[in-house]
Ligand binder design. Structure first.
Ligand SMILES: CC(C)(COP(=O)(O)OP(=O)(O)OC[C@H]1O[C@@H](n2cnc3c(N)ncnc32)[C@H](O)[C@@H]1OP(=O)(O)O)[C@@H](O)C(=O)NCCC(=O)NCCS
Length: 170
């Protein structure tokens, strides 16, 4: 296993066609179905990066700003933006594809955190992420603040220890 990897090595892209069984009576995709696809897609990115089955530790805020309608084609793209010790932040973006023009509209985005486990369920150290593009570097830098915020909110870190977060306010 390599000691460091780029975000693109964990890129996972999957496509879903929204069927009537996925929607509410108005023909809008149910949020839980989208979350389930995002969770699986992101878990595959974490598996690609770590080489291990990875469990969802947290899902950051997801806003359902735009309805996805029956008959729409959605593309779910995910990759690891930063790895810590045994955990990884995965960026998951959902696009609605216009089948006439081929254009993709970003409809949802979320950050998910996965923890890599071995076959016995013990946590394992994961390779570092080395960002390459400016966008990847931007996500990599912000990941430290997002990690502190989610750990503080989960009661796993004292606010006083959230060094990167303090930097925003001071
Ligand atoms: C996620 C899990 C492995 C963390 O184990 P834990 O013993 O609570 O671990 P720790 O507090 O020592 O943290 C271990 C790692 O998880 C991270 N972590 C723990 N809770 C987290 C949270 N709420 N959000 C983000 N990361 C979290 C820690 O930052 C740490 O990462 P690091 O090794 O990179 O520093 C454990 O809580 C678990 O198995 N949860 C259930 C996972 C699952 O079944 N998911 C599917 C839901 S149905």
């Amino acid at each position: 296993m390599k000691k460091s990897k780029s975000p693109s090595e964990s890129l996972n892209i999957q496509t879903e066609l929204i069927m009537p069984g996925h929607t509410n009576p108005l023909g809008n995709l149910m949020g839980g179905n989208l979350l389930s696809w995002m969770d699986v897609a992101s878990g595959i990115s974490a598996l690609k990066h770590s080489g291990h089955i990875s469990v969802t530790a947290s899902v950051d805020n997801v806003s359902f700003k735009m309805p996805i309608k029956v008959g729409d084609v959605v593309i779910i793209k995910s990759f690891v933006s930063r790895a810590f010790n045994t955990s990884m932040e995965v960026v998951c973006e959902v696009f609605i594809q216009n089948m006439d023009t081929g254009t993709e509209t970003l409809s949802h985005q979320a950050f998910l955190t996965f923890v890599a486990l071995d076959k016995l369920g013990n946590r394992v150290t994961v390779p570092e992420i080395v960002p390459v593009t400016d966008a990847e570097k931007h996500l990599f830098d912000g990941a430290l603040r997002r990690r502190e915020l989610r750990l503080v909110l989960a009661g796993k870190m004292k606010p006083v220890d959230a060094i990167s977060l303090k930097g925003i306010f001071s």
